[in-house]
Write a protein that binds this ligand. Sequence first.
Ligand code: 8X3
Length: 251
Amino acid sequence: MSAPIAVITGASSGIGAATARQLAAAGYRVVLTARRKDRIEALAAEITEAGHQATAYALDVTDRAAVDEFATAFRTLAVLVNNAGGALGLDPVATADPEDWRRMYDVNVLGTLHMTQALLPALTASGDGTVVVLSSTAGHATYEGGAGYVAAKNGARVLAETLRLEIVGTPVRVIEIAPGLVKTEEFATTRFRGDTDRAAAVYAGVAAPLTADDVADTITWACTRPPHVNIDLLVVRPRAQASNTKLHREP
Ligand code: 8X3
């Protein structure tokens, strides 16, 4: 029997790349998507070298026509991991750039919508499909400066919750994974537009933020439960973080 297929968006780095490696090791044939072709091709080669199955497909999830074209390749699909997303800025509502908000909504919400709509027929046809939505603890509670990102991640959360209601009775489950503070190579640097000092300050004094591998582990665990088991929502934070606004930093 051929391996079940898992499509991962935003697979060029961070949680997406770690998830691609772990799902491949768990026996899925992984299809890596991201805008940066060179990175996903290198990762697909690394995974293949390790004896697993991987291919790369350059894709911008905000481009609906490109997503529809990509989806034509799949008659059946076991897993879709909607990981592409991210934050831009940490500005108060009073002064935030609406363009940042638009872009965050585009990637985090509409990107997830495009991929899910386009691949839902193939997920259903598989007889046991899984849609994973990477939201965030930001999708569950707000914090100062976070409104644009929090609004977008609430959008992703609501998409997952609503889809679960709407497709109940079909062979597709919807899993939301909501990570807290995760130290990846790009999340904070992207948020602060390349300001590495500001990015480093996010994790300053935090003994052990989550890693991309920690989150990939929860995604892989949730996807590999028996098909009748739906992990609706999994909130995962580092031990040092009690809430979005309560983070323990060593002096
Ligand atoms: C990332 C978590 O705290 O930066 O999704 O909003 S936070």
